[in-house]
Design a protein around this ligand. Sequence first.
Ligand code: SF4
Length: 475
Amino acid sequence: MSDHYSETPLINPDQITIRAADTPLPKGHSVSPDYNLTPQTMCPAFGSLRVLTRIDGVQTAMVTDTGCLYGLTFVTHFYAARKSIAAPAFGTRELVAGNVAEAAIAACTEASRVPGTKLIAAISLCVAETAGLTEEMLPPQINGIDVILVRVPAYAIHSHPEAKDVAINALLKRYAPSSAEMTADGVEKPLTYDEGNADEETLRRRVIMLGELFPADPISVDTVLKRLGSGLAATLPSRNLDDYKLARRVGAIAAVHPFYGGSVATLRAAGVPIISGAPVGPEASYNWIKAVGAALKLDPNLTEQVAAEEREKCRAIIAQFPLSGRVMVCGYEGNELLYARLLVEAGAEVPYVSTSIQKSLYTAADEAWLRARGTREVVYQKTLEQDIRALDVYKPDLVLGTTPLSAEAKQRGIPAMYYTNMLSVRPLFLSAGLAGTIQLVRDALERAPRYEWMRAFFEGERRTGMSSAPINTMD
Ligand code: SF4
């Protein structure tokens, strides 16, 4: 937890009353910077639900209170799940009456009747009675269809990205377990046991990327890997259940986002080499290609050549479109440190980075890299109020932020872009991703006079009679 977070005053009812009754918000603020009272996110379990409902042949059964069920099914269908979610009708009366396991099995049985079902994922959430559901209480199969339990109580899983990891880890535990395959004679079967087994040999030279990728990224990564004699076997999360079954058979897993710690631990236990870090910007792209070459034991001279060429391509793009200005990077996707690295390498100053995920072994390298290049704060499990305070402190030229933070920045005349919709939906990796991202950021930095003009325009309107009531930017 960051120093900034621990300095936050504890909330008590007196303080809240004082702010509401007597103290106006500081000038330019639509959100109080004092106490972390704003709802920070909707239910984090949505991350799991979204990953699972997108996989062909997977049906979900939600085991929770009807209140959670209503919100989560609403949002899931808003994001076009295109499949029903089975669930027992659990109100308070039913929950205290017990029979949670029986009701969960009934919901899974209902899900198993959907034509084409290959896997049923039972999702247990916050409610104490359903959070206590264990794998042993569910049958491994119903009507011949595999059943897995995905436990995502929000008091333990704090962000959407980490809930995605829980879902993928549950799939990998079922389909890429650490136990070795055995022959009919009870002898451990090596993954590649016969030189005539060409498919296995090919797979052992390939990589699976584990991370939320924009569709163009796997194409550019695959092109570079093919030059090395390798290639991408799949990306996870995937819509294809079979891709999860490949995870134990490939030469390496490239965990390009830092929040897949549980999945990485499962794959490491299964003996699959893990490549950490991501190919963002010149230095990290060079290091990542070299790491792939080392993990797959590829030709070192060819690997060095391809890595150096990609680094030079990145440097040439930066020389053509250098960035200058102070940028705050504040998302909740879990990939914020990667974007910050890229912007710093392109010439921007990034004093503050915040993310929804927790600090971990997998964030350490990027955080150290950023701090060595001038980043003063890296905030994990951030709140909106921490980001607002950072706006006051760092006075950025551009904010790449969450919706309410971007709204707050625009209200102050600071150029701002919504991180998830504008930045995180573009290619990022290697020279191809670098080019698109830094041009977008460069354009945004150049729009400062327009934002200042808008601020002056709207403040002028207010002085002539419009309400000065704060705008609810959470809508
Ligand atoms: S699972 Fe927890 S956080 Fe999610 S809607 Fe239910 S009570 Fe709220």
